[in-house]
Write a protein that binds this ligand. Structure first.
Ligand code: DAH
Length: 335
């Protein structure tokens, strides 16, 4: 018995060209390499072969086997690369995973909106560090040494507090007002700056308190800045930010770093009209100018500070401050 191995190889090669998918490839494998396949028939024929033929058939069969294995492997690769092959392995009709495009957090947007509004009025945005000296956060702002807000229950101190080293004691700023000191030490008036940023207070967390929240501080210093400038400026802000129908009123208040000082309320109509407090403000206290080394009596200034969460809650009707920080997309996506 003799086999034409060259013809067998050509035949297998030709046949393999028509293979389109893994089923066809499997039929091809069974035909040549299966238990009853051609290769097995060749091996089986050895028992009837003459002693001269045997080594030739054996060698030819082994070479043919290797040839088939290489061919199969190559074909397998071709199939998995072709789209026909991918279709066999995965369901290409399943919709893809949708990656939704995010957007700015409501607090960031509120900060951006307020900054943009004041930038149009000539203010420059300036940022200060969240770790401050006790001096900038309190002393330079005319806050007396025994003021309760300096207590460890009201301010996060960083490291040990040394009462004799106010310049060196560090804390997480409890307000953005210390940035007033930084700006005035760095620049000479006239100046109009807006300072957004995070502030920290060891408040117990509830619906309206968080140990971290955001404030925006405003400071305008020049010669002859008047209280009416402060009122006019904030009225423009309130009307532009909350709507032209918004009314604003000043209520006398006390802040150590401004004199006179006021709290600002806006009218808010939800069924019946209500006055809601939105910020503190006043005319820069002479002691603050003294702390930054400005000559006595040369400048006057106005300052104000507002809580961003409070303002966003008012404007967008949110009743729990914690929802800003819980990272729940069902909340965040609404804005
Ligand atoms: N720093 C004050 C606070 O955290 C807010 C404030 C009030 C800032 C009056 C000011 C201001 O600049 O003039 O409660």
């Amino acid at each position: 018995m003799s086999w034409n191995f060259e013809e067998l190889q050509n035949q297998a090669t030709e046949e393999s060209k028509g293979i389109r998918n893994s089923q066809e490839l499997e039929s091809f494998r069974i035909k040549y390499l299966g238990k009853k396949g051609i290769l097995q028939q060749i091996y089986a024929s050895l028992s009837q072969a003459s002693s001269e033929e045997k080594p030739l058939i054996g060698k030819g069969a082994n070479e043919f086997k290797i040839y088939l294995q290489v061919l199969l492997e190559k074909k397998q690769k071709d199939i998995s690369f072709s789209s026909q092959g991918i279709k066999d392995q995965v369901d290409i009709t399943i919709p893809g995973v949708y990656q939704s495009l995010g957007h700015k957090h409501l607090l960031t947007r509120t900060i951006d909106d307020i900054c943009a509004l004041f930038q149009k009025l000539g203010f420059v945005v300036y940022e200060g560090p969240e770790i401050e000296s006790e001096f900038n956060n309190f002393d330079a702002l005319n806050i007396p040494p025994d003021h309760p807000s300096r207590d460890g229950f009201d301010t996060f101190y960083v490291g040990k507090k040394d009462p004799t080293q106010k310049n060196k004691n560090l804390l997480l700023r409890s307000q953005t007002s210390p940035v007033q000191i930084r700006v005035m030490k760095q620049y000479k008036p006239p100046m109009a700056v807006l300072v957004p940023g995070k502030v920290y207070r060891p408040d117990a967390v509830d619906a309206s308190h968080s140990f971290m929240f955001h404030q925006i501080e405003g400071l305008l210093v020049d010669r002859d800045v008047k209280f009416s400038d402060l009122k006019g400026l904030l009225e423009v802000f309130c009307k532009r930010f909350f709507g032209a129908q918004t009314l604003m009123r000043f209520r006398p208040h006390f802040f150590p770093f401004t004199e006179p000082s006021a709290e600002v309320d806006i009218s808010w109509t939800h069924g019946k009209k209500k006055w809601l407090e939105i910020m503190g403000c006043g005319m820069v206290h002479p002691n603050v100018f003294k702390a930054v080394g400005y000559p006595k009596g040369r400048y006057t200034g106005l300052a104000f500070g507002m809580g961003v969460e409070r303002i966003a809650m008012l404007k967008y009707g949110i009743n729990d401050i914690r929802t800003f920080f819980e990272n729940d997309n069902r909340f965040l996506k609404q804005f």
